[in-house]
Design a protein around this ligand. Structure first.
Ligand SMILES: Cc1cc2nc3c(=O)[nH]c(=O)nc-3n(C[C@H](O)[C@H](O)[C@H](O)COP(=O)(O)OP(=O)(O)OC[C@H]3O[C@@H](n4cnc5c(N)ncnc54)[C@H](O)[C@@H]3O)c2cc1C
Length: 472
């Protein structure tokens, strides 16, 4: 039972807007700070709340996809932002594509008309003393506030640039072409999977990286000094290839200390794959952060040994992003360990993408409502899978040692099926059938968690289902 009657929210983007409206619905008063239009971010164009900074697609509504599932759960939880997106929907095939101006204008009017919410159009430069405080300032948090946050949580706990390597579905790899082994460890044993390349394959990869089509930088967003500093430390794989034909073989693809147990030899170069989670359902291509177009990543990386059928759960990218080292800074109540009562949410907490950020905003409001749920959502659900990636230690069963996701450096997550715990038994019929069973399990587990929440929540907080009119 929470005793506060007021919550301060900093940042009126997707997450902050969702949180403010949800908190108001549960009877709380809210002060919402938003610095636009006075201070701009470099990506936002208007003064509207919940502005979409780039694409106007909130991805798939197909209930057999991870994103469709997330929307279903958000719908059941009464997400205001999802509801506004459904109302502003324009044709876009299986994706939820919106008229961006209608969408953000409708949410702005809704917040402005809400008697429980007072909006302050000001930039916040220091963490306010108010508690509870939701921080939802997003990937382009104003530098003054970032600096203050850094000084309070530790300089290595907030990043300004996001270098993402592709993540591949473990089941789509041909493991017979790869070998297990850690550097200088026992060949055939260890945590890493290694993709061995002979000299010819290495040269082909370097040539492809040099000529592959790259994504141009976002104007005005990637030229900030802090972004550039981080950029030097984390170069895209194709930039390393630009700097010389052997750079990769002496850099992230160096084979030293790795012996292929099948040949007894050290390959010319390797791509190392690191498990994304304890269950090893997904692997990260270590050091392969890239600005190649997604279609080029598909084309080029599928030429790697064992990758011909590779399913990329997430493509590589590099962009400006302010995000926290969630597994190390968040406490079990999802507030900052160093600043109890301060709840970071949205993209800055370590998720990526519009819908993921909305989901985090909704969850923050739920747990700050007068009667919060007694438990976190199960990791088998879409919202639970996202939360588990942020606070893996909270989800770890007692007595179990930390998995790779708790030990490896944190990288922001977007939702994909690789985040869901694997099924306990094998499913015949391939990927499609497996997904169906995963989805059915998620629906069942979400329904039982949410109905337990509903028992403790006032009726106005239990939500409705904007996706209920979708064809299933
Ligand atoms: C250039 C770019 C392109 C992107 N493209 C896509 C895409 O195509 N698809 C996708 O799914 N995701 C995309 N993203 C990610 C997407 O923007 C985020 O996932 C989403 O907007 C995050 O929601 P949020 O509420 O956490 O942050 P935001 O929506 O960014 O909201 C944060 C709000 O906080 C305000 N703010 C910041 N600092 C302060 C301060 N000190 N005081 C007061 N207010 C402050 C900002 O003005 C902003 O309104 C992109 C991100 C960037 C930077």
């Amino acid at each position: 039972m929470n005793s506060h009657d007021h919550v301060t929210v900093v940042g009126g983007g997707l997450a902050g807007t969702e949180a403010a409206l949800s908190l108001s619905r549960s009877g709380l008063r809210v002060t919402l700070y938003e610095m636009r239009p006075e201070t701009r971010t470099g990506a936002h164009r208007t003064g509207n709340l919940a502005e979409l900074v780039c694409s106007n697609s909130l991805k798939s509504v197909d209930p057999e996809t991870a994103h469709g599932l997330l929307k279903e759960e958000l719908g059941a939880m009464g997400s205001f932002v999802l509801e506004a997106a459904m109302e502003a929907r324009i044709p876009g095939g299986g994706a939820l594509v919106v008229d961006r101006d209608r969408f953000s204008a409708a949410l702005t009017s809704r917040v402005e008309a809400d008697p429980n919410i007072s909006i302050r159009r000001e930039r916040v430069d220091r963490i306010p003393p108010d508690r509870p405080l939701i921080l939802a300032t997003g990937p382009l948090t104003a530098p003054e506030l970032s600096r203050d946050l850094l000084s309070r949580i530790g300089s290595d706990r907030l990043s300004f640039y996001d270098a993402i390597s592709p993540v591949v579905d473990a089941l789509s790899l041909d493991l017979s072409k790869l070998f297990r082994g850690d550097r200088y460890g026992t060949p055939g044993e260890g945590d890493y999977l290694n993709v061995p390349l002979d000299e010819e394959a290495y040269r082909m990869l370097v040539g492809d990286l040099l000529h592959g089509e790259r994504v141009p930088p976002h104007e005005g967003v990637e030229d900030r000094p802090e972004a550039l500093r981080a950029f030097e430390a984390c170069q895209p794989v194709e930039s390393l290839a630009d700097s010389g034909p052997e750079t990769l073989a002496f850099g992230p693809m160096r084979p030293v200390g790795l012996v292929d147990p099948r040949t007894g030899r050290t390959p010319y170069a390797v791509v190392q794959l690191r498990a994304e989670n304890r269950e090893e359902t997904a692997y990260n291509m270590v050091g392969f952060q890239t600005k190649l177009r997604y279609s080029e990543q598909d084309r080029i990386f599928r030429k790697l040994p064992g990758f011909s059928e590779a399913q990329f759960l997430r493509y590589g990218s590099l962009h400006r992003n302010t995000f926290l080292d969630a597994p190390r800074v968040l406490g079990p109540d999802l507030s900052l360990r160093a600043l109890p009562g301060v709840y970071p949410t949205g993209q800055m907490v370590g998720v990526e993408g519009y819908t993921e950020s909305i989901a985090l905003g909704r969850l923050s409001a739920l747990y700050l409502s007068p009667d919060p749920p007694a438990t976190l959502p199960p990791p088998t659900t879409a919202v639970g899978a996202l939360l588990r990636a942020l606070v893996p230690s909270v989800y770890r069963p007692e007595g179990e040692s930390p998995g790779p996701e708790e030990v490896a450096p944190f990288s922001p997550v977007n939702l994909h099926f690789g985040l869901f715990p694997p099924l306990p038994t094998r499913v015949r019929g391939g990927k499609r059938e497996r997904r169906k069973v995963l989805v059915a399990r998620a629906r069942r587990d979400f329904a039982s968690w949410w109905s337990a929440c509903r028992d403790s929540l006032p009726p106005k907080e239990t939500g409705h289902h904007p996706l209920s009119s979708e064809r299933r």
